[in-house]
Design a binder for this molecule. Structure first.
Ligand code: FES
Length: 184
């Protein structure tokens, strides 16, 4: 479910007009920059905002989605405050990445690709983080954690939760893939 489908908090599309107007005359060369603004504003690229940008800019919505899906920096679904990327590449796999991913999933109460109901954490398994010498490794936001075990990975998440003062997401019902509460 995208925020545009959320019934108790409709999406405010007014910022999209400014994203387009600030780049007038808007061209396809402005798409990446404008989508970065949109993601900063909403936390992801909501469908309704993509439609609005296409309408106001004249750039076909298919072109906007083409750019959004080409670059991994863009998210079409709501993401948590903290992005937990667990490497499942070969070097990490042979050192127990699957068990680490399972432990993280159990702790947060969500599956790979999902976001916790409180919007604090998203889990994403990736092919290689480029730090194979640290295997097994995960990346939380911009911080690498290497030579992991399941216990170390969970302890890392607990430290972040304690630092944030966030409730343990594991105590909450798991989010379904592609569903999320209305972001604030
Ligand atoms: S295989 Fe995990 S960082 Fe490269």
């Amino acid at each position: 479910m995208s925020i545009s489908e959320c019934t108790d908090k409709p999406l405010d599309l007014s910022p999209v007009a400014a994203m387009v107007a600030d780049r007038a005359p808007f061209s396809e060369g402005d798409v990446i920059d404008a989508l970065q603004d949109m993601q900063t504003r909403y936390g992801y690229l909501p469908r309704a905002a993509m439609d609005e940008m296409a309408r106001l800019s004249g750039v076909p919505v298919a072109r906007l989605y083409g750019v959004a899906t080409f670059y991994s920096q863009f998210h079409l679904q709501p993401h948590g405050r903290h992005a937990v990327r667990v490497c499942r590449g070969t070097a990490c796999h042979v050192r127990g990445a699957a068990g680490i991913l399972s432990a993280i999933s159990r702790h947060l109460g969500i599956e790979d690709g999902d976001t916790t109901p409180d919007m604090q954490f998203s889990i994403e398994s990736v092919a290689c983080l480029g730090t194979c010498f640290l295997a097994p490794v995960m990346l939380v936001d911009d911080q690498y954690y290497g030579n992991l075990t399941s216990d170390k990975a969970v302890a890392t998440l607990k430290r972040i939760q304690a630092r944030d003062g966030a409730p343990n997401a594991a105590a909450q019902p798991a989010a379904q893939k592609g569903s999320a509460p209305c972001p604030p």
